[in-house]
Design a binder for this molecule. Sequence first.
Ligand code: SFD
Ligand code: AMP
Length: 617
Amino acid sequence: MGKIKTVWEDCDILVIGGGMAGTGAAYEARYWGRDMKIVCAEKANIDRSGAVAQGLYAINCYMGMQWDENQPEDHVRYARNDLMGLVREDLAFDMARHVDSAVHKFEEWGLPIMRNEKTGYYQREGKWQIMIHGESYKPIVAEAARKSADKIYNRIMVTHLLMDESKENRVGGAVGFNCRTGAFHVFRAKAVIVAAGGASHIFKPRSVGEGMGRTWYAPWSSGSAYALPIAVGAKMTQMENRIVLTRFKDGYGPVGAYFLHLKTYTQNTYGEEYESKWYDHTKAMVGEYIDHTPTPTCLRNHAFIEEVKAGRGPIHMVTMEAFQDPHLEEVGWENFLGMTIGQAVVWASQDIDPKYENPELTTSEPYVMGSHATCSGAWVSGPEDISPPEYFWGYNRMLTVDGLFGAGDTVGGTAHKFSSGSFTEGRIAAKAAVKYVLDLGEEKIEVNKKQCEELKEIIYKPLENYTVGRNEITAGTVSPSYLLPIQGLQRLEKIMDEYVGGISVNYMTNGNMLKRGIELLGTLQEDLEHIGAEDLHQLMRAWELKHRTITSECVAQHTLFREETRWPGYYYRGDHMKLDDDNWHCLTVSRRDPKTGEWTMEKAPLYHIVDEKEDAN
Ligand code: SFD
Ligand code: AMP
């Protein structure tokens, strides 16, 4: 341990993760906190990190208020409808009222946004989505963050939050290690903004073996956004609301541009439309929610899953009609070349030309995130002008730990933020964090060396486990005394898949399965004390796995708590197969006791702040 160098950094605001939300936070923190010291710690390199690393072809959240296209209230109605009634409307409204200005910044900074030739407005893909030439989306927002922060630390995997020793339940910074040099990094900060993205590889993916790195959400999204706050006792919400995505088979190519812009549609293996066939069946489960427009994402999945279970798969996307138009054909391919190159490569390698053949779709394994058609994440305070008392405790986007803020996938309750809304939420959180630091005044945060030294021991232990245990075996990777990160990951994915509603059980679970899953996650946690890392890269993998595991526990606890099937098509509680508005028209909130590891669950009230009146499609 003595050989490992320690790098100390004291700052006012620490941003963990320089993805969409983190870059937004760094940018805005500088605007309000001109003289403050603002630091960002990023696991990869912010120029190409996070879910937008490959680029995007659309910005999925833009109101278009300048042209009176949509208003923030419309977006709240849309997100609420899509999430079967359950969103934090205060947070949703707050994001929606600010998102357009973030998009205008992107354009100013050089992001090419397509224009409609007739109107001059941004080219719409759908009601909420606008089309971009977005291969360089991430470097563009990263540049704004680089110019704003005092320092960006790339290649730092943040593993733990630090707590203030002078005041209960107040954050004091974070620690981690440099994945290249191995140095131990201590960031003491007055405020911390967690913007570390969502979680893939929680559930066993459809692509395994040689295809394992292919997932829809970024494979490096490792649940740190949840694990870091959970470990210090912050409350989480809607963690049961994992998302399943309809995607092109094997490459996980997104379908939005195809459905909305190319107007392609789906059919079963007999060339039949199938969604309407499942209407009565779905109505019996969820009641009038099936009559809403647009059909909620989970219910569209539900019809797909049922049709495949009935033996009429595979489901195809009918591309052969649209692709006869050379312009639409170009859009279809460019959409993937600019966002999910793997899908274009899969088609090429499997001799699929969507002009002459309708490609297969599939439903993905579940992901945990807070920015797509799903809203898992931290339980945060809302804005003071609109949040009811239960949703407001002083600073916008502050978690239930003082000085700890969140944005993007980190924050629960605000679905349909996507890239632009996540960046916007980063800005909102940073503005509040600056206010928090100003309000602290001369008050000092106390983080002593002992706390840091103890964490240092814990962080590097997997390297030691490996070095010691390696001598017990002469060849191979199976050791009696340590578990490798890949072995632990596959064990985690299997538990979550089989017991918590993954692909191999058609997203089905029940109370007893969840209880068993939670037991198995408990023994996995114990075994992770013996994880072995052969180098710094594997040390990062070890910590990613630990973060994924604690996130998974939270998902399982929430799924057990909510005794209904709220989102058929995302997951099913076989022992409670119906949506139950009488008992569950509420948000779920969890807290893990940092000392005992015990979870407590509660229901939080759901406030409808925006009225119902207009059609929200
Ligand atoms: O078509 C640590 N997304 C889409 N958004 C859109 O607006 N349009 C689209 O077209 C979108 N589509 C899409 C999208 C994502 C992906 C992967 C595909 C397609 C293939 C969603 C957005 O990308 C998403 O909403 C935002 O990126 C979320 O922002 P944020 O900031 O919450 O997460 P991030 O960008 O992944 O950044 C997280 C950062 O944290 C780092 N990190 N750093 C230090 N220590 C740790 N322990 C860390 N753990 C993580 C990460 O490296 C990263 O930089 S479509 O499908 O809908
Ligand atoms: P996706 O490509 O599936 O991630 O979706 C991109 C955007 O299009 C998101 O805002 C989705 O909610 C929306 N979307 C995708 N498919 C449909 C559909 N069939 N009907 C309405 N909206 C859709």
